[in-house]
Each structure stands twice: as C-alpha cells, then as structure tokens.
Design a protein around this ligand. Structure first.
Ligand code: GDP
Length: 319
C-alpha cells in the first residue's frame, strides 16, 4: 500500500505517547507531528518550550521515563547554583536540558524561526518523527484563576494545578501567523489524529492559531481524536477540571464538544463505553478500546488500532 500521510496534533506527555506509538508503528514514515508552543515561557533569560522538548526527548528516547519529561540521567548543578544566587527555581531545568534552552535562545536572538530551531534540535537529538509548529510567533496560554492571572507554567508547575481556573486566554493568538508548512500538511494529509492531550491547553492552544481549526474543517482527511480521559478522569494533569471550568462535561461528550467542528471520530476508553451511544447519536464514529499506554508496545498497538479504524471507516486517499 502507498504511504499514508498522517498529521498528529500533540501536546506534551499524552502527545508524546501518541507520537511514540506512531513512530513505532508501520505508519511512522508518513507521520508528522504538530506540537504545542503555548506552554513556552522565559526562565533565567532562556526561552523554554516544554511540550516541544518533551516530544523531541521522547521521540529520541532521551526522556526521563519516570517523570515523562526532562532528560534521563539528568543532574541539576546549574539550578542549585541559581537557587544559591537567590533565583526562583520552581521550574526544574536540568543541566542537559539547559543546553537545549541556551541553544534555542541563542538562535532565536539571531532571528531564526522557532520551526527551524525545532527542526535542528529534533535532528540533533535524533527524534524519530518530524515536528512542525502551529506558528513561529509567540502565543502563550494564560489562566485567570482564584490565585490570580497565571502563566501556564506558574499554574501547572509552581501551583501544582492547585488553583481554580475561571478562564483561559491564548495571548498573542489573534495576531499570530500560522506556519504555511503546517497548514499544507493538514490540508494535504490523509488522516489527522488528535493525541490524548489536554483539549484546552494543549490541542486548544494549537487550534487558537488562526487558520489551524479552519484547515481541519476544510481538509478532506479523516480526523480522529483520542480522549485523554479514562473513566472520566485524566491520567495526569488538570484536563477534567478545566473542562468543568469551561462549562463542558468532564467526559467523552466534553472532549467531543471541544472538537465537534471538525472531527469524524472519537476514541474512548473501554471504561467509558457507556458514553458511546450518545456520541453515535450525534453522528460521530466511536472506537471503544483500552487506551492507557504505559510502554512502547501499548503505544504502538493503540495508535495502530486508531489508524486501522480510520482506514476501515473511510477509504482514505493514499498518495
Ligand atoms: P502536557 O502538555 O504535558 O500536560 O501533556 P498533554 O496535554 O499532551 O497530555 C495530558 C493528557 O494526557 C492528560 O489529560 C492525560 O489524561 C492524558 N494521558 C496521559 N497518558 C495517557 C494515556 O496513556 N492514555 C490516555 N487516553 N490519555 C493519557
């Protein structure tokens, strides 16, 4: 069969699991990942891009698998010294990881685009899939909470998500220009997979860039989303609380509502099977399957199943 051209929209941890699943599957060579840049923030004068780095380190098998982020075998001498110097060090940046941030910041200062820097970092580390960005402009997720107006990392890392989110803002999105290569990839691919990432702060942030949601609406590709909820709860992170804060149910229907403008199908966990018929009634294809991924085999098996399901549902045009 000719190669299937697949676009994966991915955030950090859940996104990287799906990316690794596709990278380990027979569909690897036709897959491109669109990552989230809206968690980016400056620390110690350095531009840090946590979701993109999680994708790169995961796809290069350099990730700390216990944490799901950061480098394996990492040390923290620089951070310890910064703490002694009186700097805030709640954002854990390891010594190896800091090389990435120094490199990114230096090239950014020279005027290189975020996409090209990402391409170089992915190539250097040996990431097994190409990574595209929604935009080369700066877009940052900010949260209006009961603890004030917080950047995403302040909320997620410093406050450990212990703040009530009232409203989410994607600062800079309105005026951001989408990357042409990303729009073309979405428009010309055969299949779009939305990783089981946070639908508001990961996938939602990608969709906030003008043109991306429209490309998904207009593409002839089949669009399938994997729910990040298992038994109505997130595996990790605040997606369930955030859905509630957005006035959406914290279940498969809430995930569907986030993507209803453009999805053809939703993958839900076996434990949420009872929600399938309501989704069917709305005309969406539903794949019910165990969706927790703890190792490479489970990642490859789930993503292969997702692609095979899409292939069965639609005669996907292959190049
Ligand atoms: P972040 O940017 O690092 O928070 O990562 P993402 O937004 O990509 O992923 C966070 C989401 O991944 C959470 O809502 C989790 O519930 C979900 N997630 C993590 N692991 C799994 C898994 O194995 N299966 C499923 N279905 N969801 C997962």
């Amino acid at each position: 069969m000719a190669e299937l051209n697949i676009t994966l929209l991915a955030g950090g941890v859940g996104g990287a699991k799906a990316a690794e699943g596709l990278a380990a599957s027979q569909y690897a060579s036709g897959t491109r990942v669109v990552g989230n840049i809206a968690d980016d923030e400056e620390f110690h004068g350095l531009w840090v891009s946590p979701d993109i780095d999680t994708l790169i380190y995961s796809l290069a098998d350099k990730i700390d698998r216990q944490q799901g982020w950061g480098r394996k075998g990492e040390t923290h001498q620089v951070l310890q010294e910064l703490a002694l110097l009186g700097q805030e060090t709640w954002m854990t940046l390891g010594d190896l990881d800091l090389a990435t941030h120094i490199y990114r910041t230096a090239l950014k200062k020279q005027g290189m685009s975020a996409s090209e820097i990402t391409r170089r970092l992915a190539q250097y580390h040996g990431a097994s899939l190409p990574i595209l960005l929604p935009t080369d402009d700066v877009v940052q997720t900010k949260l209006h909470t009961d603890k004030g107006y917080l950047s995403f990392q302040e909320y997620f890392v410093r406050e450990h998500c212990d703040a009530q989110v009232k409203r989410v803002e994607y600062v800079g999105a309105e005026t951001a220009t989408p990357c042409e290569a990303t729009l073309e990839q979405i428009q010309n691919c055969d299949l779009v997979v939305l990783a089981p990432s946070n639908p508001i702060v990961s996938i939602g942030a990608i969709l906030s860039v003008p043109g991306i949601a429209e490309a998904l609406e207009n593409t002839s590709a089949y669009v399938i989303a994997i729910s990040p909820l298992i038994a109505g709860k997130t595996v990790k992170g605040p997606a369930d609380q955030m859905l509630a804060a957005m006035g959406k149910p914290a279940n498969s229907m809430g995930i569907y509502q986030c993507y209803q403008r453009f999805i053809d199908a939703l993958v839900i966990d076996e434990s949420d099977r009872q929600e399938a018929s309501a989704l069917h009634d709305l005309g969406v294809d539903v794949l019910v399957t165990p969706s927790f991924m703890s190792n490479t085999d489970e990642k490859r098996d789930l993503l292969s199943k997702v692609v095979d399901f899409a292939l069965q549902r639609q005669t996907i045009r292959v190049a």
